[in-house]
Ligand binder design. Structure first.
Ligand code: SF4
Length: 114
C-alpha cells in the first residue's frame, strides 16, 4: 500500500515538474521566431502603405514621379527594416508594426541604415 502511494506521489511530482517546465517554455516559444514568419505581408493597398507610397519593388519606381526616391534605396538598406528576423525576402518594419515588408520594397519613410 505505501509502495503504491509513493509511486503515485512520484508520478505526481514528475507530472508537476514537466508541467512547470512546459509552462516556463511557452513564452519563449511564442516570442522566439514570431517576427517575420508570423507577420502578414504588407499589402500595397493597405491605407498606411498607400499613405507612404509603399511598393514591393523599388526598382520599378521612377525618381521623376516619386521625388523622394533615390535610385538604389530599398527596404533591405533601410534603418527601419528588421532584417535580422527576415523570413525569405520579408521582415518586419518599424514604420508598419505587425506587418512584413519586402526587402526589395520601398516607401517614403526610407532612412538609409548607418
Ligand atoms: S520604412 Fe524602410 S523598411 Fe519600412 S517600408 Fe519604408 S523603406 Fe521599407
Amino acid at each position: 500500500m505505501s509502495n503504491n502511494n509513493s509511486s503515485t506521489i512520484a508520478n505526481r511530482r514528475r507530472f508537476l515538474s514537466q508541467l512547470a517546465l512546459g509552462a516556463a517554455a511557452l513564452p519563449l516559444l511564442r516570442w522566439a521566431p514570431a517576427q517575420a514568419a508570423d507577420l502578414p505581408h504588407l499589402s500595397v493597398d493597405d491605407p498606411s502603405a498607400k499613405a507612404l507610397g509603399y511598393t514591393e519593388s523599388a526598382a520599378k519606381l521612377d525618381p521623376k514621379t516619386e521625388a523622394s526616391y533615390k535610385p538604389g534605396s530599398r527596404c533591405g538598406s533601410c534603418a527601419l527594416f528588421q532584417g535580422k528576423d527576415a523570413q525569405g525576402d520579408y521582415a518586419g518594419c518599424a514604420a508598419f508594426p505587425g506587418k512584413a515588408v519586402n526587402k526589395n520594397g520601398w516607401c517614403r519613410a526610407y532612412s538609409k541604415a548607418g
